[in-house]
Design a protein around this ligand. Structure first.
Ligand code: ADP
Length: 378
């Protein structure tokens, strides 16, 4: 017995009391005894036993009164309570059980009767406590999850009010410049302003998509909804969109070795692809290159985005998939720190995973693996 359980025996008949006490001590319990109800209650308050064995008929304070006192004393309210009673007092037994006793033992009893009752009550209580502990644990987890979600939401609001202003300001200022000074702007300057407006609009769209996606993923009814998709074409279009947007600064290569339709959720794939490709562009210098590839290895879909950019310091790699975490070497480049967290959460939901390998000033490679389901025929 790791921790000795504590038992109090309240019985006015000396021979019975001493016999019970001996049996219990022999079994390894910590045992206290009292000669009557009043004394028993005082010992109970002082020693806080796990279980009380109590005679019903006693002078001064009877067993029922002791039980009522125990159940109305905050520090004793959960104490297990077993009556020890004579056969003739059957109505007393019912009354006692109604008052909240846990069990009763009829006199005359054997050592086995007493020890079985004690063991079974203590074991029952231990199981109940374990169940409660598990329940408390899962409630705490849910509460922590709720807190995390609430924090994420409030950070999102903060990010929104702060980061939305910049691209909006760029669009407003570029538009008024084009409207008010059209005649003075060279064609190159005009193009630059239009490009800035398009890029800021894309940025806003991506942020909005991210936020909506995070909110949707936080909903209990978020479902991964795979549909049959020509994923190569789907990703190619995303690559072309980015290439158009960054035609003057970056080169994006795309290769696919997938020759069949696959079952994936397009919304999830779009989030993953656009977050990884835009990062590859954002964190590599002008004239940087980004390689995007799709492949199938065994029953896994493998999607890879590699760049020859800034790379990620080793100490930051483990935290980048948590919301709002950004590496030191990219502080000067605008970002929310949400993209990779979204990608990771999305992959968790659909049974996938992401791996990263990166070296500072050389480049980064993000690889995602998704359980693959291919169409029977193309
Ligand atoms: P954001 O790009 O908006 O900051 P992400 O969650 O997409 O948010 O990325 C988190 C951080 O991971 C980035 O701030 C950056 O420090 C690092 N990171 C992500 N992708 C790359 C990459 N391709 N090259 C270098 N660093 C990267």
């Amino acid at each position: 017995m790791a921790v000795k359980e504590r038992i109090l025996v309240i019985e006015d008949e000396v021979s019975i009391r001493e016999e019970i006490v001996d049996w219990l001590i022999f079994e390894g319990y910590d045992v206290f005894q009292a000669r009557n109800g009043r004394e028993g209650l005082a010992v109970a308050k002082q020693e806080r036993p796990d279980l009380i064995l109590c005679d019903v008929v006693m002078p001064e304070m009877d067993g029922h009164e002791v039980l009522l006192e125990v159940r109305s004393t905050p520090e004793l309210v959960d104490t297990l309570f077993i009556f020890v009673t004579a056969m003739v007092e059957k109505t007393n037994v019912r009354q006692g059980m109604n008052l909240g006793a846990d069990d009763y033992i009829m006199k005359p009893f054997t050592a086995k009767d007493v020890l079985d009752a004690v063991r079974s009550r203590l074991a029952h209580k231990a199981t109940r406590q374990q169940e409660l502990q598990i329940q408390i644990g899962s409630m705490e987890d849910a509460l922590q999850d709720e807190r995390r979600q609430a924090m994420l939401r409030s950070q999102l609001v903060g990010m929104f009010s702060h980061d939305f202003r910049t691209p909006l300001a760029v669009i407003t200022m570029s538009a008024s410049l084009l409207r008010n000074y059209e005649d003075r702007l060279t064609p190159d300057r005009k193009k630059e302003k239009f490009d800035q407006m398009i890029s800021s609009t894309k940025q806003l769209t991506q942020m909005l998509d991210d936020v909506l996606f995070v909110v949707e993923m936080g909903n209990i009814d978020f479902n991964y909804r795979p549909v049959w998709l020509n994923l190569s074409e789907f990703i190619r279009k995303i690559v072309v969109d980015y290439q158009d947007l960054f035609s003057e600064t970056h080169q994006i290569h795309f290769v696919s070795r997938l020759d069949k339709d696959v079952a994936v959720d397009p919304k999830v794939m779009r989030q993953i692809a656009s977050n990884l490709i835009s990062n590859g562009i954002k964190y590599s210098p002008r004239r940087g290159e980004v390689w995007v590839s799709l492949d199938r290895v065994d029953d896994m879909l493998v999607f890879e985005v590699r760049d020859n950019g800034l790379g990620i310091p080793e100490e930051s790699i483990d935290t980048l998939f948590e919301p709002f975490q950004r590496a030191e070497n990219t502080r000067l480049i605008r970002g929310t720190g949400l993209g990779l967290a979204i990608v990771k959460q999305a992959l968790d939901l659909c049974g996938g995973r992401i791996e990263v390998s990166s070296q500072e000033d050389v480049g980064s490679e993000f690889t995602i693996y998704l359980p693959l389901q291919t169409a029977p025929s193309y």
